[in-house]
Design a protein around this ligand. Structure first.
Ligand code: PLP
Length: 411
């Protein structure tokens, strides 16, 4: 294997053979032939397994690891993870169906999300998974649906904490939020819960996402544990499960450093005595989405045209924002930055040039790389976007401009 050129900011875990990047140990050109068309997403099975193994190495053994399916709900990926993690967290009836089609036991699944419909709640109750209740009204609906079905629902309370994960890419806790029940209202909710025919499993406290700072994660984890312990005092039964959220981030942009997982692990080890003291009967759970899958995924599209406009080179590809909104900078980003990109069949030293990579859509938003220095590419070459295993295809407006959907493969 030849030397690996550092691609942009992120260190990628994909092998290079000759001129070609490999996914699942298959040259990208060969994989494109196998798939039969571009664009496609390729997810590397081994890299997902390696990531979970790394977490098992660093995290305390008595913390369970869940996968948040919304990061990548491709059925083959979810099935692969079913053999690696302790549980799944789903956020819709559709994700629940994907999860139930795997070998994971429904007892190891939880269902969060505001605005669950009666149909979604009923199938979750019938499946026997834990429903993370997001409001007092939802609790009453769950009790009524359980009565009607003749099944005692298993529930947890999703708590909206007063704090939030610092340096978080997306804020999902703290202040006024549509997620969960405000912490100060939980005691009253627990009192009402006692009168209902509902099983109480524990609490779900998610304070943020996409953090690259071990110290910020540790602070949030400690606050979460303390809040869980405090709320547990009002529960009629011992808290069986405390889901302390996740928020482990991945580097996407120049200058971002990968999360120091060893430091996160040390922080969690240091918190375990606190957990054992205040929550001796409680199983702790961490839920991770992108951290398990983002770096294992590539988006691959083909150069259709190379054109020059007033001195600037544009590579026009068959892929774009309709498949990969996040890489175009339009999925919640405040300032557009380039994802790591390479010409997947020209990975060796050779002529390089500054180019912009655009998709086929008739909108200037369809920009996959803005003035990046890459290997000089021609029509037929393969553009590869790294860090694409999470919030890719299913977070994109595939119907926009009526192009066919991309293929997904797990290799
Ligand atoms: C989206 C979500 C996750 C996953 O977030 P990542 O940043 O992908 O790890 C976890 N838990 C909840 C409640 C979520 O809504």
């Amino acid at each position: 294997m030849s030397n690996v050129r550092p691609v942009h900011a992120a260190q990628h875990g994909f092998a290079i053979r000759g001129e070609c990047l490999c996914a699942g140990n298959i040259e990208i050109t060969r994989l494109a032939q196998r798939v039969g068309r571009t664009p496609f997403y390729a997810y590397d099975r081994q890299q997902i397994s390696d990531r979970v193994a790394l977490l098992h190495h660093h995290l305390p053994r008595d913390i369970q690891l869940h996968y948040a399916v919304k990061a990548n709900p491709m059925p083959a990926v979810v099935q692969h993870l079913a053999g690696l993690v302790d549980g799944f967290d789903v956020a819709s009836g559709g994700e629940l169906k994907v999860a139930l089609d795997t070998t994971m036991s429904p007892q190891r699944m939880s269902f969060a999300g505001p605005g669950k419909t009666d149909v979604e709640l009923s199938s979750a109750i019938a499946a026997g998974c834990t429903i993370n209740m997001e409001s007092e009204r939802e609790m009453e609906r769950i009790a009524a649906l359980g009565d009607r079905l003749g099944i005692r629902p298993t529930t947890a309370i999703r708590v909206n904490p007063e704090f939030e994960l610092k340096g978080s890419g997306m804020r999902m806790g703290g202040g006024a939020k549509q997620f969960g029940v405000d912490a100060e209202r939980v005691p009253a909710m627990l009192a009402r819960l006692r009168q209902l025919d509902i099983d109480f499993e524990g609490f779900h406290i998610f304070s943020g996402s996409q953090s690259l700072r071990a110290d910020a994660l540790r602070e949030a984890q400690e606050q979460t544990l303390l809040l869980g312990a405090q709320l547990a005092q009002d529960a009629a039964v011992p808290v069986r499960t405390l889901n302390i959220g996740g928020g482990f981030g991945v580097p996407y942009f120049p200058g971002e450093q990968p999360l120091d997982l060893a430091a996160v692990g040390e922080g969690l080890h240091a918190l375990m005595p606190l957990a054992r003291e205040h929550l001796p009967q409680t199983q702790l759970v961490i839920e991770l989405g992108r951290y398990l899958v983002a770096e294992a995924g590539l988006y691959v599209c083909r150069v259709i045209d190379r054109k020059i406009s007033r001195g600037q080179v544009f590579l026009v590809t068959d892929g774009g924002l309709h498949h990969h909104l996040a890489a175009s900078g339009n999925f919640g980003q405040v300032i557009r930055k380039n994802y790591p990109v390479a010409i997947g069949n020209r990975m060796q030293d050779g002529e390089r040039e500054r180019v912009s990579i655009v998709g086929p859509l008739c909108t200037p938003l369809d920009l996959l790389a803005d003035q990046m220095e890459l290997a000089k590419a021609m029509p037929g070459d393969l553009v590869v976007i790294f860090q694409s295993g999470a919030y890719g295809l299913t977070a994109s407006p595939t119907a926009f401009l009526s192009h066919p959907a991309p293929v997904e493969v797990l290799v």
